[in-house]
Design a protein around this ligand. Structure first.
Ligand code: AMP
Ligand code: GLY
Length: 432
């Protein structure tokens, strides 16, 4: 135990599970709290990476990054063997593993969301689709790495997508059930809450840029960049989301016997009728984590916060610095459909030397000569922290300009047009 201000803080060995930029950011911010961090399996660019599975690691806290192992029950397996885990069991992870089930829980909890229907057969799906006004939204029920959602103003494209998904042709079994929903409009916002089963503490809001191209064009991706804070998300909006979306969802889960300990990530659209939940994810967002976590105040111990939630006794509240953070994702040619990998990455050191910049490593591998090569679609998350959003953006893009590999692509408009401030009011119908 060491003394930290008035509090006694116990240093832990923490195992972060995963291998991307989000896990790099988690590991770095946990290590800032002086915890001893290992990352399983991590990657060649993340310090503390170990080439063994989490079940083989001896640690006092396990923090599971990606959705796939959560949906597959890794948190349950670790808990059964007596480990303290931050991350929901397979039961709670169904919120992300099945959009159909998530919608059932949202309806039960009374959380505002888009009108929707779930289908396994083409004919009724098309009938429902044709009754909705544009834009049309077709989602795979199961996991599709952020790529299973089509939003289109072309009815024929939506119809073809329904058929391709339901046949299994487009996304295998993940698409054999589709969720069709009304198209909403408005700026999007990500609010991540640390949950202990009953209560929640929201983190600073972030905005993600999901489309591949500048000006929100091209296909949906896992996320091409993010920034925080978000001017249009004042504390009262965050509180309202916790009160109206997060806490009722935790209660609806408890009614189903599910004790949800982990991050509940609300993907929101700020519609003219008020915020609506587009989706819940059961983990830190990627790349939202890369802008939210570095903004934690220096004396705010992320490890202690996550350990409290894992123990079902959340008492601390996260505190954020007034600094802004911007992350620009550098991806490979062909991402998101067919990323071309194996290219040598140049300029890493020069990029990380820019003031306030950290380069989080996502899809990278060792080249055998002390360098890194591209090994996934999203390769590097260049994150800059600065007193203002504009300065953070300038720093991030300066750092990006020092990086290169053949076919490297990135958006040039991350955080360029921060969201307008909507008028936040609890509407006449009384939901928000
Ligand atoms: P999801 O994985 O459900 O968050 O969807 C991915 C992206 O598709 C979202 O971030 C939105 O940009 C878009 N999207 C999802 N649902 C809707 C909707 N009902 N209306 C308009 N856009 C949507
Ligand atoms: N950035 C979107 C996600 O993590 O799902």
């Amino acid at each position: 135990m060491v003394e930290s201000g008035d509090e006694m803080r116990s240093l832990m060995r923490v195992c972060v599970v995963g291998s991307g930029g989000r896990e790099h950011a988690l590991a770095e911010v946990l290590a800032r709290g002086s915890h001893d961090v290992v990352v399983s399996p991590g990657n060649a660019g993340i310090p503390g990476s170990v080439a063994v599975g989490p079940e083989e690691v001896d640690a006092e806290l396990f923090v599971i990054g990606p959705e796939q192992p959560l949906v597959q029950g890794l948190a349950d397996r670790l808990r059964v063997s007596g480990r303290r885990v931050f991350g929901p069991g397979a039961d709670g992870a169904r919120l992300e593993g099945s959009k159909r089930w998530m919608k059932e829980v949202l309806d039960d909890a009374g959380v505002p969301t888009a009108r929707h229907g779930a289908f396994v057969e083409v004919a009724p799906a098309l009938r429902f689709l044709r009754c909705l006004p544009p834009p049309w939204v077709v989602k795979t029920d199961g996991l599709a790495a952020g790529k299973g959602v089509l939003v289109t103003t072309e009815l024929a494209e939506a119809e073809a997508d329904v058929a391709a998904k339901l046949s299994g042709q487009a996304f295998g079994d993940a698409g054999r059930t589709v969720v069709i929903e009304e198209g909403l409009t408005g700026p999007e916002l990500s609010i991540l809450a640390v949950c202990d089963g009953a209560t929640a503490a929201a983190l600073a809001p972030a905005q993600d840029h999901k489309r591949l191209g500048d000006g929100d064009t091209g296909p949906n991706t896992g996320g091409m960049g993010a920034y925080s804070p978000v001017a249009c998300a004042p504390p009262e909006l965050v509180d309202a989301v916790v009160e109206v979306a997060v806490v009722p969802t935790l209660a609806a889960l408890r009614r189903r016997g599910i004790d949800y300990r982990g991050v509940l990530y609300a993907g929101l659209m700020l519609t003219p009728e008020g915020p609506k939940v587009l989706e819940f994810n059961v983990r830190f967002g990627d790349p939202e984590a890369q802008v939210v976590l570095p903004r934690l105040a220096v004396d705010c111990d992320l490890g202690a916060l996550l350990a409290e939630a894992a123990d079902g006794r959340l008492r601390s509240r996260p505190v954020f610095s007034p600094q802004a953070a911007v992350t620009v994702v550098c991806a490979t040619e062909g991402y998101p459909t067919s990323p071309r990998t194996g290219e040598r990455i140049e300029g890493l050191e020069a990029s990380a030397a820019v003031e306030g910049v950290t380069v989080y490593c996502a899809g990278v591998a060792a080249d055998g000569a002390g360098g890194l090569v591209t090994a996934g679609g999203r390769v590097l998350d260049v994150t800059a922290v600065a007193p203002t959003l504009a300065e953070a953006r300038d720093r991030a893009y300066l750092a990006v300009s020092r990086l290169s590999w053949p076919g490297m692509q990135y958006r040039t408009d991350i955080a360029a047009a921060p969201l307008p401030s909507p008028s936040l009011s609890r509407n006449g119908e009384g939901t928000w």
